[in-house]
Design a protein around this ligand. Structure first.
Ligand code: ZN
Length: 81
């Protein structure tokens, strides 16, 4: 997994949506890579959402919107590059 793979998966990772094997590879890259991968920033968003509804997972609708926004962001960057 390289930096662009990690960038594509940050939102899924912080939402716990990655398969076990992919998550392991993701975490290994984060440990070994010197680059910022926005994991902590997105993690804070998820933590904030979970505090709004402490007894529940973030609603599916919110989760879907975050993933869609992340996808749009990634696509925008990819087309701009
Ligand atoms: Zn990296």
């Amino acid at each position: 997994m390289d930096c662009s793979d990690v960038r594509d998966r940050v939102a899924s990772y912080v939402l716990g949506a990655l398969p076990e094997l992919t998550r392991t590879e993701f975490e290994r890259h984060i440990e070994e890579c010197g680059s910022e991968h926005e994991v902590s920033a997105l993690g804070e968003v998820v933590e904030f959402l979970s505090r709004l509804a402490p007894d529940r997972e973030p609603p599916v609708r919110v989760r879907t919107q975050i993933l869609a926004a992340a996808d749009a962001d990634i696509s925008g960057r990819r087309f701009a590059a």
